[in-house]
Design a binder for this molecule. Structure first.
Ligand code: GAL
Length: 849
């Protein structure tokens, strides 16, 4: 075989995969400044997209939207418990088709960072480690423990071999340039005594001995061994230094928002602050930055951890849960990435000089004297805007912002000036439509099939015991549900039988949630929350003379996913008492309890479309409302159009949902307290923390549940709901996620980052408003336009006392009928003589259709 023929397939692959930038064939090495790929230094902007948090049908679009957003690397964890269902039994189907995902990244010409872990945290059930491993005798997770290390090594090797076999590591021509072992173990070492250090060294050596040809990283590992690179996670990492002068400064998790828990408020991190943190990182010599998450997606089925993590893992990421770019965040970061890209050459060529330009004012200049020069000017003050003089030019720096000057002269981007478009996104409801394949049609045309669970033991009990068992040790997480049942005999002479006062049921549980039934009737519910799983239940109950059945449905809401020795955290009941008897309180904690794991419907698999399980569904056009423990099944058509779909469950209680046997996941529109603090406007200035800017007080933490379009068939879609405590299924709708308006709000003097090359920077363009409609749509209506001093937000702008009356007609002339338009804030377009002495703005709200 000659050289050409042996290289030809590779060259062809290179050609096909390198249309953008990367033809991966080389080594990946590093020094203190950066990764060196194919002999070239790189600054890398990476986007975390977790493959099982969306569906394969969405992957190419998500990766493409990341690429359009100026990202050149995709990063994902590998989810051990999704892949190794029982020891040695692997799953790479559907959402778990890791190879397919990595190849999509490769085809997009992007790099990949694979965080194998295999412990991942990630708000994912049990931190990604299979629950079965906890029950392998003698196992302790994440320490110098033989069974744990053996299974961890097996899985890591399995994944590495799979990637090698598919030629996915960079030296093989693949996209993977970095791999991660473990995850933030540095925080938890103290819980593991002497075993911790031995484990870290073992993990690093085990990883390195896999010979993958690319470096291994460990995040938040202050004592990372020399053969792996320690990296930073946090809202800011500009002050981070790796634990050796030979390692580059990398940021594996920049959190552009935050996750949500059931019953809690909605966190928001402003785009200005995310951009500030990234600009600061590159200003201070960083070379790899990853957004965790860039697309958060959905915790389908029972994959969420926490406990109490919502089914949505939207994360307020640059791409929203449904796959749409989140504006203006996505666009603002895109412009930031362009500004960094324009500066890349200078940043990688020279050492920075740090200059103080005044208190809290700082410049870093990358200038090696050869004419290639980039500078970052930062105002770290949390309140005060400032003017600075840099190289004899005066620059205005808003508080808490960084300006990027790719030629050391012209500002192309300031982190606090958001010039990119914003949007109003709505969930537009559409009633469930009976499918043409429905056997017959009810009042609204819908026929519901109903199946009701027994409140307590169904079939044969699993076991009986005096006292309580731990919930998780009993279900082993095969289900969320565990019935604890007992009975009591009430004498006829109990006073409460005669009086209006009722006995009170007192329950203590380690978590996570509970519904209490007496004689088949729901008495009440209680639950812990994302910051504290244990809870108490206290409610008057109805008892009768004679025998009373007490049936307590204990539930988990995702298993613990992080913390020292986290796998030992338990759940379930610890105390049950009834107060109010003639001779005081009855303690049932040591009584004989009979247990049943899971629901009958789960056991029968009645959510599976083709299950011939002999379930006796009852058909009705008027489904029961507010009835606990009820399964609902309905056959529907897909919602019209092609927008992403969310199932609106605001009128339901708590439970699980499936479409065509695919697990939508847990739903629970539980509200956050209306007495907590929420903000209208978030001040981006000053350090961010998850509780800084919360909204949604008194509203459900999660109302809509993503149902991927690819799960729908043209007709005959089977929607199955299991409702635990009661709701109104006739009010369930599919809601379509629609961008109803696009907006642009820019001021005179806003920096422009349109230039593709640094030589064109400063070519004298004025600030401009840009609008770009989604593919195949165009601007059909200009709802608002004002050049002057308009105020408000996208969707609610209003004119100020300074307003050019021709604003709307000017914008209409340029934009109507166009997919995309740009209007410069120039003399030709607007009356610049208006209200002299003020900086004027242009605000536009437009509709695309
Ligand atoms: C980090 C962890 C991630 C994720 C994140 C919060 O500590 O490494 O896996 O859990 O916190 O979203």
């Amino acid at each position: 075989m000659n050289i050409f023929s042996s290289f030809f397939p590779f060259l062809l692959l290179c050609f096909l995969t390198s249309l953008f930038s990367s033809c991966f064939a080389g080594n990946v090495t590093y020094d203190r400044r950066s990764l060196i790929i194919d002999g070239q230094r790189k600054l890398l902007i990476s986007a975390a997209i977790h493959y099982p948090r969306s569906v394969p049908g969405m992957w190419p679009g998500l990766v493409q939207t990341a690429k359009e957003g100026g990202v050149n690397v995709i990063e994902s964890y590998v989810f051990w418990n999704g892949h190794e269902l029982s020891p040695g039994k692997y799953n790479f189907e559907g959402r778990y088709d890791l190879v397919k995902f990595v190849k999509i990244v490769q085809q997009a010409g992007m790099y990949m960072i694979l965080r194998i872990g295999p412990f991942v945290a990630a708000e994912w059930n049990f931190g990604g480690v299979p629950v079965w491993l906890h029950y392998v005798p003698g196992t302790v997770f994440r320490t110098d423990n033989e069974p744990f290390k053996r299974y961890m090594q097996n899985f890591t090797t399995f994944i590495v071999n799979l990637m090698k076999q598919e030629k996915l590591f960079a030296p093989q021509g693949g996209p993977i340039i970095l791999a991660q072992v473990e995850n933030e173990y540095g925080y938890y070492e103290k819980f593991y005594g002497d075993g911790a250090k031995r484990y870290v060294t073992w993990a690093a050596n085990m990883a390195v001995s896999q010979n993958i040809g690319v470096p291994w990283i460990m995040c938040q590992q202050y004592d990372a061994p020399d053969n792996v690179i320690s990296t930073c996670n946090g809202f800011y990492c500009d002050q981070f230094t790796p634990n050796s002068p030979n390692k580059p400064k990398m940021w594996t998790e920049n959190w552009p928002g935050w996750f949500k828990t059931f019953g809690a408020r909605d966190p928001h991190r402003p785009a200005e602050d995310v951009a500030f943190s990234v600009a600061r990182f590159f200003q201070k010599g960083g070379s790899v930055q990853n957004y965790y998450m860039y697309h958060g997606g959905t915790n389908f089925g029972r994959t969420s951890g926490g406990p109490f993590i919502t089914t949505s893992y939207d994360y307020e990421a640059p791409i929203d849960e449904y796959g749409l770019p989140r504006l203006p965040k996505w666009g603002h970061l895109k412009e930031l990435h362009r500004a960094i890209k324009l500066s890349e050459h200078a940043l990688l060529k020279s050492e920075p000089t740090t200059l103080s330009l005044g208190p809290s004012l700082e410049a870093d200049v990358y200038d090696d004297g050869s004419g290639v020069c980039a500078a970052f000017l930062a105002n770290l003050d949390e309140k005060t805007d400032n003017n600075v003089v840099f190289r004899n030019v005066s620059y205005h720096l808003p508080a808490w912002s960084v300006s990027i000057l790719p030629d050391c002269k012209n500002v192309v981007f300031n982190t606090a000036k958001v010039g990119s478009q914003a949007s109003v996104v709505e969930m537009v409801p559409e009633e469930l439509q009976p499918s043409v394949a429905s056997p017959s049609k009810g009042l609204k045309g819908l026929i519901w099939d109903i199946y009701v669970e027994n409140a307590g033991i169904w079939g044969v009990a699993d076991f009986t015991k005096n006292g309580f068992v731990d919930h998780i040790n009993t279900t082993k997480d095969t289900t969320d549900y565990l019935w604890y049942t007992t009975s009591i005999i009430i004498g006829e002479n109990e006073e409460f039988l005669k009086k209006a006062s009722r006995p009170v049921l007192l329950i203590e549980s380690q978590g996570h949630a509970l519904h209490a039934f007496v004689n088949q009737e729901l008495q009440g519910s209680a639950s812990g929350n994302g910051s504290h799983s244990p809870f108490k239940f206290k409610k008057p109950i109805s008892l009768k003379a004679g025998k009373n059945e007490i049936a307590l449905l204990s539930m988990t809401v995702g298993l613990q996913n992080a913390g020292g020795l986290y796998e030992w955290v338990g759940a379930g009941l610890t105390s049950v008492k009834i107060e109010g008897f003639n001779n005081g309180t009855m303690d049932l904690s040591m009584s004989k309890w009979t247990y049943k794991i899971g629901l009958q419907g789960e056991h029968l698999g009645i959510y599976k479309p083709d299950s011939l399980n002999g379930v006796k569904w009852v058909s009705t056009s008027e489904p029961p409302i507010n009835q606990p423990l009820t399964w609902y099944k309905v056959v529907v058509d897909p919602p019209s159009g092609d927008e992403p779909v969310g199932l609106d469950m605001v009128h339901m209680g708590k439970g699980l949902a499936w479409l065509n046997g695919e697990e939508i996941g847990r739903y629970w529109p539980i509200k956050s307290s209306k007495h907590e603090k929420c903000v209208d406007e978030c001040d981006y200035r000053g350090k961010f923390f998850p509780d800084k800017c919360l909204t949604g007080c008194g509203e459900p933490s999660q109302r809509w549940y993503h149902v991927p379009r690819s799960w729908f068939k043209p007709s005959g879609n089977i929607l199955v709901i299991f409702e635990e405590k009661g709701g109104d299924p006739t009010k369930i709708t599919f809601s379509k996620r629609k961008t109803s308006s696009l907006c642009s709000h820019v001021a005179e003097g806003f920096p422009m980052v349109e230039q593709e090359s640094v030589s064109k920077v400063g070519s004298g363009k004025s600030a401009a408003a840009h609008l770009k409609c989604p593919k195949n749509t165009s601007i059909s209506n200009v709802k608002f336009a004002s050049f002057g001093n308009p105020t408000g937000r996208c969707g609610s702008y209003s004119k100020g006392d300074c307003h050019d009356p021709n604003s709307t007609s000017t914008v209409e002339k340029v934009c109507l009928g166009k997919n995309e338009c740009a209007i410069e804030l120039t003399e030709e377009n607007f009356d610049k003589g208006l209200c002299p002495g003020t900086t004027k703005k242009l605000a536009i709200e437009a509709v695309c259709s």
